[in-house]
Design a protein around this ligand. Structure first.
Ligand SMILES: C[S@@+](CC[C@H](N)C(=O)[O-])C[C@H]1O[C@@H](n2cnc3c(N)ncnc32)[C@H](O)[C@@H]1O
Length: 286
């Protein structure tokens, strides 16, 4: 199969958005996750819990970029070589803004920034952007300028709905100390991620993506990443309190098919609850 690397093109990005009757743009929901779908500004997963579970598994991590919270939390858990990937370029932009912001803004200002990013109809509604622009990698800064009128960070719920996920004062200080530069970003669909990888990782976090894929695609993706996981390394295949239940058949099948090279386990966050948040972990055994 031929895999095409996307090329940053603001015109294609704008074409993904619909001009509403009131003059505002919104992302075409039929595209779901796409090359320019709006990013989340704050994770809705318990990445605090997940990153803590695997903190001693080694320094080299590959994780979905999403809101940028995943790489930040892995950095806080001691990972020093972190690569990120996402199908949407907007995830990279959000991640770059947040990485720059923690260096310059107080925690209160950072929270304000996240709120503004989520609800902004245009960039003028994110006042801190101007201040941060010179600290953001060039391609992200260019994209922000080109997408001035588009809600490129509007996915998910407002950060005020996830108060418990916002980094605490202590975490914010720690993030500032450990995140020194923008994270490396691989712009790709997960299906072709393996064609873009150069390393073996200690941890690969693919959370909250498989909910939207067929069991066959899930199987192919996990198999394609085996050689990019070191022996003993792990792939976190799923998280979220509903996705794993919806797609659990795919994981049970996977555990049979992957027996030859991996141990598959499930960890529930709260064993007393039937619908507890849960992750599936594949550990490469050979
Ligand atoms: C479902 S979202 C959920 C948000 C996430 N829980 C967070 O922490 O922000 C997960 C992320 O996966 C990305 N994504 C979805 N489908 C993908 C795919 N097929 N390949 C690569 N990334 C994908 C989305 O762009 C989004 O950033």
């Amino acid at each position: 199969m031929k895999h095409i690397t996307p090329v940053l093109n603001p015109e294609s990005a704008r074409a993904e958005y619909i001009h509403g009757k009131n003059g505002e743009y919104f992302h075409d929901w039929r595209l779901k996750f796409s090359h320019y779908s709006p990013s989340y500004v704050l994770t809705n997963e318990d990445i605090r819990w997940v990153s803590d579970l695997t903190k001693n598994n080694g320094p080299r991590v590959l994780t979905v970029a999403a809101s940028g919270d995943h790489p930040m939390f892995y950095a806080m858990r001691g990972a020093t070589d972190i690569d990120t990937f996402d199908i949407s370029f907007c995830a990279k932009v959000a991640m770059d803004i947040k990485t720059a912001a923690i260096k310059k803004l107080s925690r209160d200002q950072y929270i304000q920034l996240l709120n503004n990013m989520h609800s902004a109809k245009d960039m003028s509604q994110i006042p801190y952007i101007t201040e941060l622009m010179s600290d953001i990698p060039q391609n992200s800064a260019y994209f922000i300028q080109q997408m001035n009128d588009y809600p490129i960070f509007s996915n998910g719920l407002n950060p005020s709905s996830y108060q418990e996920i916002i980094p605490t004062n202590a975490e914010y200080d720690q993030m500032r100390n450990v995140v020194q530069k923008p994270f490396k970003f691989i712009w790709t669909d997960i299906k072709s991620l393996h064609t873009r990888l150069l390393h073996e990782y200690d941890i690969i976090n693919l959370s909250n993506i498989f909910e939207y894929m067929s069991p066959q695609q899930i199987h192919q993706t996990l198999a394609s990443l085996r050689n990019h996981t070191r022996p003993g390394g792990i792939i976190i295949a799923q998280t979220g309190n509903w996705g794993i239940h919806r797609n659990n058949r795919a994981y049970y099948d996977a555990s049979q098919k992957f027996k030859r090279w991996a141990r598959v386990g499930y960890i529930a966050k709260d064993k007393t609850k039937a619908n507890s948040e849960m992750i599936a972990i594949l550990q490469r055994t050979r």
